[in-house]
Ligand binder design. Structure first.
Ligand code: ADP
Ligand code: ZN
Length: 633
């Protein structure tokens, strides 16, 4: 061990954790943690590897910035964008936190300064571009320091399966080893389950805590508008612009040519005169990578200041855009992946006020993206094609658009909250929905299977059985001998999965349990099996339409944690932590408390069913927990 004398004693992290809220207020001026932040921070302080997947703007940086102020040693942050690095460093310095960035944009003098500060132990957080990792001398310098945590921002760049693979990232694992394998925090705003797995594997994360949260955007109204021609797309666009009353609008196109064509079309007097008076006063601008740097900077600035209120752009526009009042994001062409789509569409409504995200979908446009894939270097066309396929699937998904997006990113907790109640799928007239015969038959088979197994299995197992997979677990449980086995073998597994999601969205099935989600039949589903009501697609189509358009309230979902109870349990935990002089998370994780607050166990037997409560904890804290739960009715 190189830095034996500097190694933290085991108890180092305990004290500061007790007053994380205090630190949050004092250092950052925030009153409370956002969902997921505390969990990630506690794990970082405890020295665990962590993968945090949270959308842009949710506050991923806090997950390492706050711990960096509490831990000894240097927190090394790998970040690919120099501009964003600068912003973060400036922000930290303004808060009195010693941070620096080392990148190619610095003068020799500035670099020497950083190196000197590092040697003198004056830097808590050091930001580095991934290419830096190739520089032998710099690595030697890092090795002479005590790097107590490696943070990998934009971690999806390490995966071929992601939408933004960067070869430089593949070296990060070597870097980590050279630095004596410090604990690692990987951060990303966009990663499917597969990409998440890939990040964990490529960075060799050791039993990482995965925090995937915050993907729901309750103020956004998603919709897809099928179009048969360019003329139809332009007409749809005009209608959307006329509808929008205030704020800025962003229109994304796949190519520079489309950007210029669309901008030229919208600027025509004949078009402007057709728009509503309010819309016709708007200034139209455009942006793509083919424009000169100074022109781009100017357009950027004019959009931020509101001088340009309708901006037509390629995906070159957006990195680091944080304009709060974008009211409408239209995709004029289909993007290459759901990740790209959600990131771009997600620039709408940052201020929390209602905003719309519309995809104008013409099947022919898919070939433009196919062309990009063929041109892409480095032979991961298969992965890119897969991403594109999923994007096309989004356009034709039968369920709530928001749910489809949450499902894509694996945000289980938010998925459990149910459909959004405002997207085009949620508000469509149930009678206009597909009642495809095969699909209905498949839905019945799914309902039968779930009923047959009495809610003992999750979606994956149900899919395996219906598809007729001879997997170990299917054979082990003898499921291949049940009538459900292979009943839907004519459908692909994803297709069966989709049927299950439709049934969940429409309230015929429900998902129980957050950690090990199991499928259960609802009363509505049971009535379909009895044959007393026809199977209708569409969320809760039996409810009056006013109610149908509302997202489901927390109280309607049995497994949703009761926030008051959660807070009371948290207070109990703080008291216990004080009494015992240990960190709160050593008593119960937030996750455990959320489980308790959702399930409200009223007896010791029920309590021990909760994951995270072993016999020792049951004996020590069980009675007090039950007092809090039972006292809160
Ligand atoms: P991300 O990296 O996830 O895109 P950032 O870390 O840049 O997001 O944070 C986005 C914004 O949210 C920043 O302005 C940050 O200061 C703010 N923020 C982060 N955490 C909190 C919090 N707990 N309470 C209030 N604001 C927060
Ligand atoms: Zn919806």
């Amino acid at each position: 061990m190189r830095h034996l004398s500097l190694d933290p004693p085991d108890s180092l992290n305990v004290q500061p954790i007790c007053d994380l809220n205090h630190q949050l207020r004092q250092r950052f001026g925030f009153t409370e943690f956002r969902h997921g932040q505390r969990e990630a921070i506690e794990a970082v302080l405890a020295g665990r590897d962590v993968l945090a997947v949270m959308p842009t703007g949710r506050g991923k940086s806090l997950c390492f910035q706050l711990p960096a102020t509490l831990m000894q040693g240097v927190t090394l942050v790998i970040s690919p964008l120099i501009a964003l690095m600068k912003d973060q460093v400036d922000g930290l310095r303004a808060r009195g936190i010693a941070a620096s960035a080392f990148h190619s944009g610095l003068s020799e003098h500035e670099r020497d300064r950083v190196i000197q500060d590092l040697r003198l132990g004056r830097i808590r957080l050091l930001y580095l571009a991934p290419e830096r990792v190739q520089h032998e001398r710099f690595i030697r310098l890092l090795r002479s320091l005590w790097v107590s945590r490696l943070v990998v921002d934009e971690a999806h760049c390490i995966s071929h399966w992601g939408h933004d693979f960067r070869p430089d990232y593949l070296r990060l694992n070597d870097l980590r080893r050279e630095l004596g394998s410090p604990p690692c925090l990987a951060l990303t705003a966009t990663a499917t389950k597969k990409v998440q797995d890939d990040i964990c594997e490529k960075l060799r994360l050791n039993e990482p805590l995965r925090v995937v949260t915050g993907f729901r955007r309750p103020n956004l109204r998603f919709s897809v508008r099928p179009c048969g021609s360019n003329a139809e797309k332009l007409a749809a666009l005009e209608a959307l612009l006329s509808d929008a009353v205030s704020g800025s609008m962003l229109i994304y196109c796949a190519t520079r040519k489309h950007v210029e064509q669309v901008a030229a079309h919208l600027s025509r007097d004949s078009v402007l005169s057709r728009l509503t008076p309010d819309a016709s006063r708007r200034a139209v601008g455009f942006y793509h990578a083919g424009l000169a740097d100074d022109v781009r900077a100017k357009v950027h600035e004019q959009f931020l200041s509101g001088q340009i209120s309708i901006l037509v752009a390629t995906n070159a526009f957006g990195m680091g855009i944080d304009k709060p009042d974008v009211r409408l994001v239209v995709h004029y062409d289909v993007p290459g992946s759901v990740e790209a789509y959600y990131q771009e569409a997600g620039r709408a409504g940052r201020d929390g006020a209602p905003a719309r995200c519309v995809l104008l979908f013409q099947h022919r446009d898919v070939s433009t993206q196919e062309y990009f894939i063929q041109q892409s270097p480095g032979g991961h066309a298969t992965a890119l094609r897969d991403l594109l396929r999923q994007m096309v699937a989004y356009a034709s998904v039968e369920i709530c658009r928001q749910l489809a997006l949450l499902d894509y990113f694996g945000d289980v907790e938010e998925t459990a909250l149910g459909p959004c109640g405002q997207c085009d799928r949620c508000v469509a007239d149930p009678d206009s929905r597909e009642t495809d015969h095969d699909l209905l038959a498949a839905a019945r088979s799914v309902l039968q299977a779930v009923a047959r197994f009495h809610g003992r299995f999750g979606a994956t197992k149900i899919v395996e059985v219906l598809h007729g997979s001879l997997s170990k677990s299917v054979l082990g449980l003898g499921l291949h001998t049940t009538p459900s086995f292979g009943q839907l073998k004519f459908l692909t597994r994803p297709a069966i999965g989709r049927v299950i999601r439709c049934l969940t969205a429409s309230g015929h099935l429900r998902i129980e349990g957050l950690e090990f989600p199991l499928l259960e039949l609802t009363d509505k589903g049971a009535r379909v099996l009895e044959g007393s009501v026809p199977l209708l697609w569409g969320p809760d189509s039996e409810e009056p339409s006013a109610q149908r358009n509302q997202p489901r309230s927390a109280a309607q979902l049995t497994s949703r944690p009761d926030p008051d109870l959660f807070e009371r349990l948290r207070r109990l935990r703080t008291e216990l932590a004080h009494e015992e002089g240990v960190a709160p998370f050593l008593i119960f994780h937030d996750k455990t408390l959320r489980h308790i607050a959702g399930l409200r166990p009223s007896s010791v037997v029920a309590l021990q069913e909760i994951p995270g409560i072993g016999p020792a904890k049951l004996e020590r804290y069980g009675r007090k927990v039950l007092e809090v739960v039972n006292g809160s009715e």
